[in-house]
Ligand binder design. Structure first.
Ligand SMILES: [Zn+2]
Length: 266
């Protein structure tokens, strides 16, 4: 069974968090949900919107100083900007999908106390695939909408985002050593972080785990039963509603397409 309208209705208004290691596809999965009506929010998106729409505010001026110097905008500036963005009318009305934030427990505390989250999608993807996509795939990200591309999934025109015509950039820290460090940091923090989210108990965590073929066994499928899952298909940003009946092979294929790009890895 699949029904786009049902899925669209099921997520409408949901305050959604996409969570997972660097390179797991948070940005692109967020785009899938955006195509279904949620507003895609990342720290970069919120920062640029604030600076554009409210350039004379203190926060914008401070943020611009850091951005001009190419420095990371500190929490005391970026966190309130993101919270403000999540409270915009369009986010309240349609729901949002928050991507790449929070990264620390302090940020999570602010998010949960000021905005709240209804749904957490946890993308658990093994490291070898992450490294492969980011480093060997020569990952590029759109500066405007955060869509990711790689040599395995290139844009139609090099340097230009298919979705919004934004400029594609390569992160300077997308090399083996720093990516491994980022993964290690993520790994050290993530368990505490997920546990913390669970303790808050107001959200349902939908884990999407792809470690190898064996993962998609009957036990795993039982866990999926009755839940709404979304995946990217070969036709780009298209989400589908999946359930147990007759979906095993299809589910695996879809997950494989989604996360285990390039399939030829040994
Ligand atoms: Zn774009």
């Amino acid at each position: 069974m699949e029904n786009m309208e049902e899925l669209r209705a099921a997520i409408k208004g949901k305050k959604t968090l996409v969570f997972g290691p660097p390179g797991c596809g948070k940005g692109n999965r967020s785009k899938d949900l955006e195509a279904l009506g949620l507003v895609h929010v990342s720290s970069g998106i919120a920062l640029r919107a604030k600076v554009r729409d409210d350039p004379d505010s203190e926060l914008s001026k401070k943020a611009v100083d850091f951005m001009k110097r190419g420095e990371l905008v500190p929490d005391d500036i970026v966190v309130p900007i993101i919270m403000e963005h999540l409270n915009r009318d369009e986010c309240r009305k349609n729901g949002f999908v928050l991507d790449g934030f929070p990264r620390t427990k302090d940020q999570a505390d602010v998010l949960f106390s000021q905005v709240g989250i209804d749904l957490v999608l946890y993308l658990d993807v093994p490291h070898k695939f992450l490294l492969y996509g980011i480093v060997e795939g020569n990952r590029r990200l759109c500066v405007d909408c955060a869509t990711g591309y790689s040599d395995f999934d290139p844009p139609r025109k090099e340097g230009v985002c298919d979705k919004c015509a934004g400029k594609l950039i390569k992160r300077t820290d997308d090399n083996v050593k720093t990516v491994e460090n980022r993964l290690k940091l993520y790994e050290e923090q993530t368990k505490l972080f997920l546990r913390d989210i669970e303790i808050k108990a107001t959200v349902e965590i939908l884990p999407i785990t792809v470690s190898d073929e064996e993962v998609i066994d009957d036990k795993y499928l039982k866990k999926l039963k009755g839940r709404v899952y979304w995946v990217q298909t070969d036709q780009g940003s298209k989400a589908r509603m999946l359930n147990l009946e007759g979906m095993k092979k299809r589910l695996y294929n879809l997950l494989a397409e989604t996360f285990i790009v390039p399939a030829k890895r040994d």
